[in-house]
Design a protein around this ligand. Structure first.
Ligand code: FCB
Length: 456
């Protein structure tokens, strides 16, 4: 057995990602308005143990300490989201300057430390008052989003180069409006698909609004959670079920954004359920971007299930494989996903030239050992194996320019509350003490060497 160093391309960008609601806390401070998550978590039954993001990792107050942690890691980029309700408490009209000030201090702090800020405009925390006007089921919300994007760009456009419109529109649409596990807790497939269309429209209008005020060098994109999908068997029924699942999870978004039309097989099969775009909508949605962000956690193995409407497809979990607290661990899926995207989408009319992994990570039950150390060997293994898959895809020509780990800190994992720990840094939610895990040291080494060591 020998160890070998797998080097990443020169200039490959190493980062970490967080999101506002999951780390900031300070849910009702300095003029912030209520978001749909603030409302959802305070209703019983939505989050395990009734936990909320009211305090979360208290990043709103502890950001200087968190910046120091990022510096110690050697992070080159940090992707964070802006809470719309800090900027516009009602989601339209009135601007709250204290909110802009907070993100300005954060951005300046990142720049002082030579960490590239990646500013994401929407990571699921819609202003509650927009929800009361229909939320993402209403087309008007897409226009409100563009106004908000422009307000942030006016203040920070001279300092932030990388701008992201949405994080994971599929989760917003399906978990928020079909399964109802996420805010606003709606369970209606017709609404969910209308929401898909309006989120994508918001992205397109958002890009137009940003381009109108940002300097020429600004780089704009969207982040999608893509799930490579495999049929549970070779039967035509399972294969078609996997195709439908892939359609709604992946192609719906990819085709609209990169080809400028919704997938034809789906629009024929799901007439009535499918959004009916107004003339010109798809041109707005496929407005050219500079980069595509891809979040990868796991794969889906899918079988035909006539009762599981509307797709008649359900996920199965193959025995004998490795699982985390939430998903199967399947690094090969990252390679399969990227090479498939490369083959099927790189020549589409609106495909950006630069791709990034903007989230990848694993929840395992971390604990603090007797000596105060967090020995998260499984996380290290997870990262190493996924980076290896990524490296292989890059060798084969996939235009991957960077990798962001999810997440910098342990945080509020939506409906699971604080049980799921994804961080490189452990957070004691009683005391707010931060402890870099062994994986933080491992990741710092990867960044320093721009390489991973593999044993062969
Ligand atoms: C992604 C979300 C992020 C976090 C991770 C585990 O889908 O973008 O907020 O919940 O999953």
């Amino acid at each position: 057995m020998a160890t070998r160093l797998l080097r990443f391309p020169q200039g490959f960008l190493w980062g970490a990602t967080t999101s506002a609601y999951q780390i900031e806390g300070a849910w009702n401070e300095d003029g912030k308005g209520l978001s749909i998550w603030d409302v959802f978590v305070h209703q019983p039954g939505h989050v395990e143990r009734g936990e909320t993001g009211d305090v979360a990792a208290d990043h709103y107050h502890r950001w200087p300490e968190d910046l120091a942690l990022m510096s110690a890691l050697g992070l080159q980029a940090y992707c964070f989201s802006v809470a719309w309700t800090r900027i516009q408490p009602e989601g339209y009209g009135r601007v709250n300057p204290a909110g802009l000030d907070f993100y300005e201090r954060l951005v300046d702090g990142l720049l002082e430390r030579n960490i590239q800020p990646w500013l994401m405009l929407y990571h699921w925390d819609l202003p509650q008052s927009l929800q009361e006007h229909g939320g993402w089921a209403s087309r008007d919300t897409a226009l409100r989003f563009a106004d908000y994007a422009q307000i942030v760009a006016h203040r920070l456009g001279d300092r932030v180069t990388y701008w992201v419109t949405h994080n994971e529109p599929a989760v917003v649409a399906y978990a928020g409006h079909f399964s109802g596990e996420h805010a606003p807790g709606i369970r209606n497939p017709f609404i969910a698909l209308r929401v898909v269309h309006h989120l994508l429209l918001a992205h397109g209008y958002g890009l137009q609004a940003l381009r109108a005020v940002l300097p020429n060098g600004a780089r704009l994109g969207i982040i999608l959670n893509l799930i490579p999908t495999y049929p549970a068997s070779e039967t035509p029924q399972d294969q078609q079920a996997a195709q439908r699942f892939d359609g709604f999870q992946n192609r719906l978004f990819l085709d609209a954004l990169l080809r400028g039309h919704y997938p034809e097989d789906l629009s024929h099969q799901f007439v009535g359920l499918f959004p009916e775009p107004q003339a010109g909508d798809l041109e707005i949605i496929s407005e050219p971007m500079d980069f595509l962000g891809i979040n990868y956690y796991s794969r889906a193995v899918v079988r035909y299930a006539p009762q599981a409407l509307p797709l008649q497809a359900e996920q199965v979990y193959p025995a004998g494989n490795e699982y985390s607290q939430m998903w199967e661990i399947y690094p090969q899926g990252l390679y399969d996903l990227l090479t498939r995207l490369y083959i099927e989408y790189r020549d589409t009319p609106f495909c950006p030239l630069d791709w990034y992994i903007t989230e990848n990570g694993v929840p395992v039950p971390d604990g603090v050992d007797f000596d105060g150390r967090v020995r998260d060997e499984r996380r290290i293994r997870y990262i190493r194996r996924h980076l290896r898959a990524l490296h292989q895809a890059i060798q084969e020509g996939v235009p991957l320019r960077g990798y962001f780990y999810w997440s910098l800190l342990d945080n509020f994992e939506w409906a699971y509350g604080y049980r799921m720990r994804f961080g490189l840094v452990y957070v004691d939610f009683e005391t707010q003490e931060r402890i870099p895990k062994d994986s933080a040291r491992f990741y710092a080494e990867v960044i320093r060497k721009n390489a991973i060591e593999v044993v062969e």
